[in-house]
Design a protein around this ligand. Sequence first.
Ligand SMILES: *Cc1c(COP(=O)(O)O)cnc(C)c1O
Length: 239
Amino acid sequence: MTAVESRLARNLHAVNERLRAACLRAGRPVSDVTLIAVTKYAELDWVRALVDLGVHHLGESRPQQLAARVEALAPAPLTWHMIGHLQRNKARRTLQSATWIHSVDSLRLLETLDQLAGELSVEPKLLVEVNLSGEATKGGFSADELRRSWPQICAVRNVRIDGLMTMAALSDDPEEARPTFAGLRQLRDELLHLSPQGWTLGELSMGMTNDFEVAIEEGATFVRIGSALFEGLESAATS
Ligand SMILES: *Cc1c(COP(=O)(O)O)cnc(C)c1O
């Protein structure tokens, strides 16, 4: 095993232990929560090694790198997640690379995705991004915008919405993220009653390296983790 492989294996083990412990505290089965490895800052070789360790859900935040990596890692049986802001002119390409898009942050983007999904005969899984922390630098609908837009969102013809995604404000104290994560779950429960039959809004994508345990306690089904998986890899690669 190379130094990179052994460091990655250790990091992954530590993340899985944290995930397991959070599920146990929350009384949830571990199978409820899917770990997405966020590879935006990782070298391709590290991603390959992580895939060999059994991680099959990968997330990227830029359409170009997403498409390049889908190609580079084919034909591994991977599920790709687009987690960053998506411009409408990159939507077609992204629908051809990713199964999940977590960052549906406007009605116009959703309408574009809806139309393209029909054209391309694909069935993307879509999450609406919600900005509950109120930070201007973050994308997504505010809770009120989302409530107002929900009837239009429900009018899509070729796709459906599978759940919601959010990012909590950066903080050293993960407890500060709890109200944001609980708020996303409550918003989901509220919107579910107003949704077309057949929609479950079953997925809550929330929690990153610093706050994913709290997110799991509040109902996350996807956690998006980068730093905790790839920390120490630079130095392992050169040692
Ligand atoms: C980078 C990123 C992550 C991963 O963040 P870490 O703190 O490195 O775990 C998760 N979600 C989104 C949307 C990101 O851009």
